[in-house]
Design a protein around this ligand. Structure first.
Ligand code: MG
Length: 368
């Protein structure tokens, strides 16, 4: 089987509400999605998606994905999409780095491989758990009162996992954590996501002031160096996501005990092929995981769900899905959808969902 055509689409995904990170430092209103359709000489079609969370969150942006695909396309055409490792080596040779530009290609290859095998991607990767995966609801509010309202709204819809965005003001962060912990149910999964918003000193101030609560923080500081430097000085469990990009990041975190949890974002790390190695490093070192779409449509959510399903349930905290935060649906309600705050693995072969082509507009590029 050979890849015969690569078609690229660009879709704007407006967020339902403007979204703030790091205590208001970064604002997001629309996500720039790139969708990729791979066609083969066997008639099978695979879809991939790359949707960074805006341009200012981390070094990844929508136009960069489309430019990267233009560079990689000649090296992909003619390859067998069922051989994800061959495709990975070809695109790593064609374009070192730029992992976020590669993930839609990898995703579309796994989609085709699953269809060819008659298996959902998670089963093709070795076996997918069918237990519903809790979705971490993003609580991006700024005040204690807004936080209460947003949590109540999600709880009414069945959510049990919450990613509460903090960072920026030490006193306000401590107040929000104490208030949220008072609202917390025993079975809730709660992550306090700082999105790099603290200096080392600010991180230690909040972590020490909330030590009695034993809460988990995500990406408290800018870099792995920062997170490693404060690790011996506090008792809180830490998840790393923005600073978990390469397999070398994963092995460093595992070997040096930098964090206890990985937040694996599929688009950031370059797709399922590369993310599966991080999963194995985590499992080999007693590190638990969140698996997340970086942003995007139900396609990106489905990709994250497939990887999550290959992780033993007792090592997976939650998934993160973007579908409830955007106002555009390119798949007419199909694919894995939030049901009582959980995602259910699709049984269809491959990714389990394809977009409606009339909802993704005209192609911005075709390579053949
Ligand atoms: Mg995060």
């Amino acid at each position: 089987m050979k890849i015969t055509r690569i078609t690229v689409y660009q879709v704007n995904l407006p967020l339902e509400h403007p979204y703030w990170l790091s205590g208001g430092r970064l604002k997001f209103e629309t996500l720039d999605a790139t969708l990729v359709k791979l066609e083969t000489d066997a008639g099978l079609i695979g879809w991939g998606e790359g949707t960074p969370w805006g341009h200012t969150y981390v070094p990844a942006h929508g136009p960069g994905i489309r430019a990267g695909i233009e560079t990689m396309a000649p090296f992909i055409l003619g390859l067998d999409p069922r051989c994800a490792l061959d495709v990975e080596r070809a695109i790593d040779l064609a374009l070192p780095g730029h992992l976020y530009a590669k993930s839609p290609i990898d995703m579309a290859c796994w989609d085709i491989a699953g269809q060819a095998a008659g298996l959902p991607i998670a089963d093709l990767m070795g076996g997918g758990s069918r237990s519903p995966k809790p979705i971490a609801a993003s609580v991006g509010a700024k005040t204690v009162e807004e936080t209460r309202k947003v949590v109540a709204r999600y709880r009414d819809r069945g959510y049990i996992a919450f990613s509460v965005k903090i960072g920026g003001d030490v006193a306000r962060d401590i107040a929000r954590i104490r208030d949220m912990e008072a609202l917390r149910h025993p079975s809730d999964i709660v992550l306090y996501d700082v999105n790099r918003g603290w200096s080392r000193q600010q991180a230690l101030s909040v972590m020490r002031a909330t030590e009695d609560l034993a809460v988990m923080f995500e990406q408290p500081c800018e870099s792995l160096d920062d997170i490693a430097a404060i690790a011996p000085k506090h008792a809180a469990p830490v998840s790393v996501d923005e600073s978990l990009v390469t397999l070398q990041d994963a092995t460093r975190i595992a070997r040096d005990g930098v964090a206890e949890v990985f937040g694996i974002k599929l688009n950031r790390v370059g797709g399922l092929t590369k993310a599966a190695r991080m999963r194995d490093v985590a499992l080999a070192h007693g590190i638990d995981m969140f698996v997340m779409a970086t942003g995007g449509t139900v396609l990106a959510d489905a990709e994250a769900l497939h990887l999550a399903a290959t992780i033993p349930d007792d090592h997976l905290h939650a998934v993160w899905a973007c579908q409830d935060m955007i106002t555009v649906d390119i798949a007419g309600g199909r694919g894995p959808r939030a049901t009582d705050g959980h995602l259910h693995l699709p049984e269809a072969p491959g990714l389990g969902v394809h977009p409606d082509e009339d909802s993704v507009g005209e192609p911005v590029a075709v390579y053949e």
